[in-house]
Ligand binder design. Sequence first.
Ligand code: NAP
Length: 248
Amino acid sequence: MRVLLLGGTTEASQLAQALHSARIETVFSYAGRTNAPIAQPVDVRIGGFGGADGLATYLKNERISHVVDATHPFANTMGQNAYRACSTHGTPLLRLARPAWRAQADDKWIHVPDITGARDALPADPCRVFLAIGRMHVDLFAARPEHHYLLRLVDAPQTQITLPDHHVTVARGPFNVAEDIALMQEHRITHVIAKNAGGSGAVAKIDAARALGLQVVMIDRPLRPDIAETANIETVLAWLNHDAERGV
Ligand code: NAP
């Protein structure tokens, strides 16, 4: 048995630890987006595979018997590629994903389907936005230059941010509510834009927005391939052990 673990999330790192403890041979795969990825107790590879075909070739060459897709809920291309590559060889594929956040009674959420929708949902009058969506799509908001943007990024930006009025804070989660309330108060935030990542590591900003009565523009998750899915690491281990007992 040799597992490919598609990572980049807290859950993937937790699973890597569990697989290491269970002595299951594992390759952990990072896309290579951050400067200092978290060290893992298993073998690590970094960088894209070259699409679904590249991944299919990798699975064959590296004698991968099982794939766990523990990428972020918004890493949709990787999820689709994993599905297609595993279908090519009949490689068993399981998705490890945290449940989405659900609005509570006091929440003021607007649901939008994607980042462009979030941009377009901002009011016409200038407001102060906590744009908590990572670096990749930030420049789309240059089309709404009337707003002030607070950006929280894992690494200091390597390329110029094209938003005319913004502030960058560099920090890596998990975050806590009291600090996120203080951050939002300090920057006089009126709106929070967030991806519905789910889980506990990034929920502080949602809890903070609720506590402060702020509007949240919530970007709903993209549709993922229809494959077996769990939020539970024990279930992943049981899935692998079941096949190990069958000699797969
Ligand atoms: P994406 O759009 O689904 O993937 C784009 C390309 O990046 C993929 O086609 C693949 O390249 C490569 N890639 C993605 N994840 C990879 C992995 N684990 N190992 C090797 N290659 C990978 O993904 P994304 O939204 O850019 O996210 C990139 C990574 O950051 C993911 O691993 C994800 O778990 C993590 N992350 C994403 C978010 C988010 O909001 N999207 C948030 C936190 C963490 P090839 O086609 O060349 O194979």
